[in-house]
Design a protein around this ligand. Structure first.
Ligand code: UT7
Length: 322
């Protein structure tokens, strides 16, 4: 039966030029390359100098639009997932819309769901497309986590990086099982303190810095990432064997390996870019997706499953036929 599907028409990404290696960090806090790389899998991360979240997002968006072969004027929705917006208001999505040339009247807003933000944003855009409300949606994950990093805390400052990834979703009326096959998002309000910022507009009048109970988050993450992915696979009526690629949120290589092991997915099918970018929160999945499509690793016709977990706690997954 013909139905409206959300097809991935193009992806894009952007990383700020400056990199910070583990050795650079060892000059700022009491750490070393050996500890960081064996405990996290991270060797370097990109850090903004003067750019803002909207700058990174706009660059990723322009690449996604070019790859989708559409103009910003064709867009009728902009959703941006971030926990590091340019301002409290207006939404950074609007600043990005202005930078890329989106028409007046097109809805643009931010989603705050930490590292799961992109999965949340994709879920929302997909459903608006399936309802027939939207034809071309720009879905972005972008962060400048370096702005909310406590550079004196070795337990967190070694983990995070800045970056952006974007996807153009397009409505297509088709009989084929393509595009977004399933989405599922979750949250657990019993865990609002284990990973959060130390401030906020209504508390300290400043965003503060990321504070984290690393071990607690770690334990929750493997279960949540596996659940997000497994639920997406089940809802898409697929089995693990149908999956060409798993793209887990890039938080820690040990969490990624643990998730794949729990799911019974071979390591060779797991997309990993944490070594060079660290944890970029909402940007993590669209960044990895775009880089791997550009490199030719992820190819048209393949089925991927994305899964994320972050502060809140929030988590969720999606199955996508590229
Ligand atoms: O995006 C989603 C949210 N984030 C995550 O998913 C992150 C989840 N958590 C983690 O990835 C890990 O818990 C960390 C990487 C943050 C920490 O790894 P860990 O294996 O849990 O280490 P730990 O916190 O138990 O610390 C072990 C030791 C401690 O020293 P003592 O007490 O054993 O003497 C720490 O003080 O390592 C020490 N340590 C460090 N040493 C060198 C902590 N950070 C560092 C560091 N360099 N950067």
């Amino acid at each position: 039966m013909m139905s409206i599907r959300s097809v991935v028409a193009g992806c894009g990404h952007y990383l700020p030029a400056k990199t910070l290696t583990n050795n650079d960090l060892s000059k700022i806090v009491d750490t070393n390359d050996e500890w960081i790389s064996t405990r996290t899998g991270i060797r370097a991360r990109h850090i903004v100098e003067t750019e803002t979240t909207s700058d990174l997002a706009a660059n990723a968006a322009k690449m996604a639009l070019a790859n989708a072969k559409i103009s910003a004027e064709d867009l009728d929705l902009v959703v941006l997932a971030t926990i590091t917006p340019d301002y409290s208001t207006p939404a950074t999505a609007l600043v990005v819309a202005e930078k890329v040339g989106v028409k007046s009247g097109v809805p643009a807003f931010d989603i705050s769901a930490a590292c799961s933000g992109f999965v949340y944003a994709l879920t929302l855009a997909d459903n608006m497309i399936k309802l027939g409300q939207v034809k071309n949606a720009l879905v972005i994950g972008a962060e400048t986590l370096s702005k909310v990093t406590d550079w004196t805390d070795r337990g967190t400052c070694v983990l995070f990086g800045d970056g952006a990834g974007a996807v153009v979703l397009q409505a297509k009326e088709t009989n084929d099982t393509i595009g977004i096959l399933s989405t599922k998002i979750f949250a657990d309000c019993k865990h609002t303190t284990e990973l959060r910022t130390s401030g906020g507009t209504s508390t300290t009048q400043s965003p503060g810095f990321i504070i984290m109970e690393g071990k607690e988050v770690f334990k929750y993450a493997v279960n949540a990432l596996a659940e997000g992915a497994n639920k997406a696979i089940e809802l898409a009526n697929l089995t693990i064997n149908d999956i060409d690629w798993l793209i887990p949120h890039q938080a820690n290589i040990r969490i990624i390996d643990g998730t794949a092991q729990r799911m019974g997915v071979d390591k060779s099918k797991v997309i990993v870019n944490i070594e060079n970018v660290g944890n970029t929160s909402a940007a993590s999945i669209p960044l990895a997706l775009s880089q791997n499509i550009e490199q030719g690793k992820i190819q048209k016709g393949q089925t991927i499953v994305i899964t994320a977990m972050g502060a809140g706690f929030t988590w969720g997954g999606a199955a996508i036929k590229i």
